[in-house]
Design a protein around this ligand. Structure first.
Ligand code: GLP
Length: 258
């Protein structure tokens, strides 16, 4: 695991975008795992700019999103599919058929989850998976207590997560109670992980994930077992860490780290 501490959200986002762009230039048919939330938003903005100004090409890329709320249609403005359209897909040249987001309206949820796992396999596995982290240490919607070997399935959201995400909904009660999510095991199968966190509200979760014991109570702590995990944080999110980590980072060096 490599922890990269950047000065602020913008620097964190640019660093992350550089890593994604680098992998994309090396492998034009990259299989990219994507996350929603405010953490990767700046990175998406930077990638859109790279596409528009420097022709960063997404035409051969396939994407798999981590999760989706059960019961929200892709057209619902709080669905994760809608978030991805507005914040990334509508602004880059990715073909619609290359985009995979779990379907929160699937009739047969179990069959849909199996299908999702199969599609990831058929695509050759995820090359680079972008992750945020919940204040309670969740990754995707793998809440505390999730099996560290879990695959894509339906999960019940904790009250903490529902209240954290309520800021996007008009009323708290509207936040769905269930979500489809890649499992911890699905995420760990990705060849590289890129976890982003910013703000003091994430400091405790980052400390627990990066320096605490590996436990299902903090699903993000499993990244300590991954061979190629990058954790990019701003100073505030890094404030709980006791280890010494580089304050600055050069992307050229990123390429050499295994
Ligand atoms: C949600 C998502 C996660 C995300 C987390 C943090 O619960 N399911 O994938 O990482 O929120 O979101 P944010 O980046 O907005 O803090």
């Amino acid at each position: 695991m490599l922890i990269i501490v950047k000065d602020d959200y913008e620097a964190m986002s640019n660093e992350a975008a550089q890593i994604v762009a680098d992998r994309l230039r090396r492998k034009p048919d990259l299989v990219l795992g994507l996350a929603t939330g405010t953490s990767p938003l700046g990175m998406y903005r930077a990638l859109i700019q790279m596409h528009k100004q420097h022709g960063l090409d997404f035409s051969k890329v396939t994407t798999f999103n981590l999760d989706e709320y059960v019961g929200l249609a892709p057209t619902h403005d709080q669905s994760y599919r809608y978030f991805m359209n507005v914040n990334l897909f509508n602004h880059i040249n990715i073909p619609e058929r290359h985009i995979f987001v779990p379907d929160g309206m699937a009739d047969d949820i179990d069959a849909h989850c199996e299908w999702y796992e199969e599609e990831i396999k058929k695509a050759g596995g995820i090359d680079l998976q972008v992750l945020g982290i919940g204040a309670n240490g969740h990754i995707a919607f793998n809440e505390p207590g999730s099996s560290l070997g879990s695959r894509t399935r339906v999960k019940t959201l904790t009250d903490t997560t529902r209240w954290d995400n309520a800021r996007f909904f008009e009323r708290r009660e509207e936040v769905p109670k269930y979500a489809l999510t890649m499992g911890v095991g699905t995420i760990m199968d990705s060849k590289e992980l890129l976890l982003l966190a910013n703000g003091a509200g994430k400091a405790a979760a980052i400390k627990a994930a990066a320096e605490g014991p590996i436990t299902a109570q903090v699903p993000a702590s499993v990244i300590q077992l991954h061979r190629k995990a990058y954790v990019i944080v701003d100073k505030d999110a890094a404030s709980g860490l006791s280890g010494r980590y580089p304050g600055t980072w050069r992307s050229s060096f990123t390429l050499e780290v295994v």
